[in-house]
Write a protein that binds this ligand. Structure first.
Ligand code: NAD
Length: 537
């Protein structure tokens, strides 16, 4: 039964459906199990698109595409890569948010590994139950804070699955080396606790020492079972995310995309804007609205980049200011968390963000406050009063939380704003000029870093790697892109962009002595040869 045609057909990794050749049908005993007509992958993609387009809602399209992934992996990836702008929003954000909320109801077939706190002493065995012995990449979540949707318990599994699909689709990380994992530590989501179809533990979340010990046991076990593993932490609640990264970043190969990927894409935006606006990066001054986890992550990376560009740390910190719910972060405030203190300056307190702009004269404002509309007309006009081309980055998600819309930024700045947002906005036309605004999407960063880590067998993921990725993304924005308003490359070119970023990151990994293999003579060819191509073999 193991190698029978029937089981080949039912294995998503080996299935080719109607594309099996005559010889293969004979060899594997597939005759009669398929219609006689032999089809090309192009014909199969035609059918996929027709079926997909017949579904009206994104969630039904998501369910259909997930079923395709479970049936014919090659066809799934070929389809996604054929039109990233169409398929990425269906396999990941925004659709994946609703998919996670309804995962207990829409799941057809479980995917990846589920490791619950009840199985704490059994983690190694669970990991060995996975059929692949050389897993290189895991995205792991505890569902603690899924996108902007809060605690979704193990229904957060949609995120590790979706993110790993992006690794393969956007950067060609071979899917057989990837493993989505959800840690079931309970949930505080009352709706789920009362839902008979919620598939996770019906208990409140564990915390404190019990949680940390569970994570420690997991990290030790996964590194033992898969010695070349890279762990990407995803959508843990803020404090857990910061603590876990802090504990493991210099002990194992690991990173947190919410923190470091976001920081890198924001940094890339400022590098691009610097390139085209004639304001050198190390003269930029950034004022954050919001001083939480996202602001901290971005600020930390900006300081790192300022230092790389020649400023000492003290000077670099002077270029980063923050404003939170209680006003400007100044030294005289006594309500600041430790991580906020380096960004508090010797200055008068202020609870007026617009006025602070006139005083501090930032070249960029980054909104990570979750307060929709906080970049009002006065804020944008004050940015224009102190800059020829102000950088306006409302990064809060979802769209309703965005500090301003693209239309507002372009209208109030009379087309002067260099704009990028966390949530996507449609192009805007003002006085005959059309602006296509950029979305600070981490997808330009983490799949490429994943490919470089996979190819080089890197043993650590450093800030330097993220800054290198940010620089490599920025470098690929053309003058033509920028003239249209874009500060990130076009999503249609995502595989090419990721490949170029991966080459630069791999070079950095070798240069930093973090690679697990000897440096090849031709890194471009080396990386190209490592990339997965969805074709029938
Ligand atoms: P957080 O809760 O840690 O921080 C929010 C901060 O905003 C706090 O410092 C708070 O004091 C401040 N704040 C709240 N109300 C305010 C007000 N009225 N005026 C000024 N400041 C105010 O949240 P976080 O994890 O830092 O995330 C913030 C936002 O950033 C979220 O909307 C999230 O979606 C977004 N984000 C976007 C991306 C991305 O686009 N790639 C990535 C990460 C986070």
């Amino acid at each position: 039964m193991e190698d029978s045609g029937y089981s080949i057909l039912r294995n998503p990794g080996t299935n080719k459906g109607t594309a099996f050749t005559l010889e293969e049908r004979k060899k594997y005993g597939l005759e009669g199990l398929l219609p006689d007509q032999i089809e090309t992958m192009e014909t199969q993609i035609l059918r996929v698109n027709e079926q997909l387009d017949s579904f009206e809602t994104p969630i039904n399209k998501y369910i259909y595409l997930t079923a395709l992934l479970d049936t014919n992996e090659t066809l799934f990836f070929k389809t996604v890569i054929s039109n990233p702008a169409k398929f990425l929003p269906l396999v990941y954000t925004p659709t994946v948010g609703e998919a996670c909320q309804r995962l207990g109801h829409i799941t057809r077939r479980p995917r990846g590994l589920f490791i619950s706190i009840e199985q704490k002493d059994n983690i190694e065995t669970i990991l060995r139950n996975w059929p692949v012995k050389d897993v290189r990449f895991t995205v792991v979540s505890d569902g603690g804070r899924i996108l902007g949707l809060g605690d979704l318990g193990i229904c957060g599994m949609g995120i590790p699955i979706g993110k790993l699909v992006l690794y393969t689709s956007c950067a060609g990380v071979p899917p057989e080396y990837t493993l989505p994992i959800i840690l079931d530590v309970g949930t505080n989501n009352e709706t789920f606790l009362n839902d008979p179809l919620y598939p996770g533990l019906k208990r409140k979340r564990i915390g404190g020492q019990e949680f940390d010990e569970f994570i420690e046991t997991f990290v030790v076990a996964i590194n033992k079972v898969f010695p070349k593993i890279c762990i990407q932490w995803e959508d843990f609640a803020g404090k857990d995310a910061i603590r876990i990264l802090d504990r493991y970043h210099d002990k194992v190969c690991t990173f947190n995309d919410d923190m470091q990927g976001t920081a890198a894409i924001a940094t890339a935006g400022i590098i691009t804007a610097s390139r085209f606006s004639g304001t050198p990066f190390n003269t930029q001054k950034i004022l954050f609205l919001g001083a939480g986890a996202a602001a901290f992550g971005i600020a930390d990376m900006l300081v790192y980049k300022f230092q790389k560009d020649g400023l000492d740390r003290k000077e670099a910190l002077k270029h980063v200011w923050m404003f939170d719910v209680n006003g400007l972060l100044v030294k005289s405030r006594n309500d600041l968390a430790d991580y906020q203190k380096p960004f508090a300056h010797e200055s008068e307190p202020s609870d007026d963000f617009a006025k602070s702009i006139l005083k501090i004269k930032p070249t960029a404002i980054i909104g990570v406050s979750t307060v929709g509309g906080a970049f009002n007309q006065q804020v944008i006009e004050n940015m224009c009063a102190v800059n020829l081309r102000p950088l306006i980055f409302p990064y809060s998600n979802p769209t309703s939380h965005s500090e301003c819309t693209a239309e507002q930024a372009y209208t109030w700045s009379k087309g002067k704003a260099i704009f990028a947002s966390g949530s996507p906005f449609a192009p805007v036309t003002i006085e005959g000029q059309t602006f296509t605004s950029g979305q600070g999407n981490n997808v330009y960063i983490f799949p490429a870093i994943g490919l470089a880590i996979f190819a080089t067998e890197a043993n650590r993921v450093t800030n330097e790697i993220f800054v290198t990725a940010a620089e490599a993304v920025a470098e690929q924005v053309t003058e033509e892109n920028f003239a249209k308003g874009l500060i990130y490359p076009l999503i249609d070119n995502i595989q090419e962009v990721s490949y170029n970023v991966a080459v630069k990151v791999a070079e950095k990994i070798f240069e930093s002595g973090l690679a697990g293999i000897k440096k090849p003579t031709d890194i471009r060819t080396f990386i190209k040869n490592k990339m997965y191509e969805p074709k029938y073999r």
